[in-house]
Design a protein around this ligand. Sequence first.
Ligand code: FAD
Ligand code: NAD
Length: 467
Amino acid sequence: MVKYDVTVIGSGPGGYVAAVRCAQLGMKVAIVEKYPTLGGTCLNVGCIPSKALLDSSHHFHTALHNFKEHGIDISEPKVNIKQMITRKSGVVKANVDGIAFLMKKNNIDVFEGLGSFETKNKINVAKANGKSETIDTDKVIIATGSKPSSLPFIEIDKKRIITSTEALNLTEVPKHLLIVGGGVIGLELGSVYARLGAQVSVVEYMDSIIPTMDRTMGKELAKILKKEGVKFYLSHKVKEVTAKGNKVTLKADDKKGNEVVLEGDCCLVSVGRYAYTDGLGLDKVGIPTDDRGRVEVDAHLQTNVAGVYALGDVVKGAMLAHKAEEEGVFVAEVMAGQKPHIDYNLIPGVVYTWPEVAAVGQTEEQLKEAGVDYKVGSFPMRALGRSRASMDLDGLVKVLADKETDEILGVHIVGARAADMIAEAVVAMEYRASAEDVSRMSHAHPTYTEAIKEACMAATDNRSIHT
Ligand code: FAD
Ligand code: NAD
């Protein structure tokens, strides 16, 4: 019987990346996945399908609203939701097939079934047909990810009251989509259906959308999405969501305690995700979880059981695919006796609305709270030639730098292609650049990235040229 050096449980971006890196480092690797396709939440029901629908709906919206001004006359475009979903499924298939190929290429053995601990060196794989087998392994990586959360009084019926998973497979555009939670999922999937013609109402508990990002970002994005018809109910506490026939009723209290009642035909519940450890048998090996159900790990991402590691959404930190990937590489290298490092402050966060929102480092609120003396440089996207050419005038870049040393401490962007632009800020901050450093680097003209340069100029002695 084969004895594996490492068994990875879960094949999302954390698990499959860890598996590949372990194989590269010469380990014999098994990966266990309970679903028939690899890639986890991200590839199957997360990052990839949502971005496919965001791209399709963005094309539709552009054709409907901007083509005429660009001088392109077409008859009025119509939404073919069936084809949009079919294309999305094709994109997902190509990606998950790619992971299966990567496993083969790296000689990683794939086991389909629910993985659970028998002991710390024996993993049981329970298959859908009722059979099971046992994997002998030296080390284990738990990469079981997360699942959508709900609220105690909301019953997700997966038809009218849905999570992101169902929202990626709708067969018709809702007339009125109610959304509980104005975070990343609510705004990305809300944008998809708003662009396709749905009335969208977002009910958010906090006083801002995307409340964990720099507050300027939420304000700016809300302003832009409002122009597109999205309605926001901020500081509203949802207390009831019920479905009857083809109607959904949502009741919430505003901050004065007044009841607000909204009626729609679909309600997306996007109030966060919880770490997923069901059926894993953590108790069999005595691995504890914290108060939020996350597997507890030390600075090396090792659990209290030597040789058992955990990473990605199932442990603390941002629930992001690229964070999980970094941790996958990290754990493999730790196991191989190397000394890898992750700077969690430099993991960027992106919201793929249009315009996109992207950020890295500290927010203004965090700097204030930490008592750091900082300065701000901002630059509006509308002042760029590139933005005028493409009709993407909304948004801004905001750079936060240390008042004394000028070191960049945070970069926050709302703007076209912000998701790609943030990489410049990550590189700059990784090398601890000052705002002046970036302001003196040549940025190709005309590009959106000129806004980063200008914001850095604004942060250093207010010397932005174009405002
Ligand atoms: P997962 O991807 O959740 O993978 C865990 C895997 O483990 C799953 O396949 C699961 O079936 C399997 N599993 C669980 N238990 C067992 C078991 N006992 N045995 C066998 N297999 C098991 N992040 C971004 O960075 N960018 C984005 O644009 C983005 N968009 C998103 C959009 C949506 C709609 C959602 C829901 C999420 C999005 N995310 C995005 C978050 C991202 O998907 C997660 O952060 C990422 O998938 C976490 O990776 P992971 O490997 O930790 O876990
Ligand atoms: P989130 O944490 O981004 O947003 C949840 C929102 O719901 C918050 O604004 C919160 O204040 C609000 N909320 C919580 N309870 C509420 C209540 N009772 N009533 C009204 N509002 C309430 O969570 P999400 O949007 O569900 O996304 C889950 C995770 O998936 C996130 O952690 C995110 O990192 C990840 N994700 C990332 C991306 C991306 O990187 N582009 C995209 C989608 C999802």
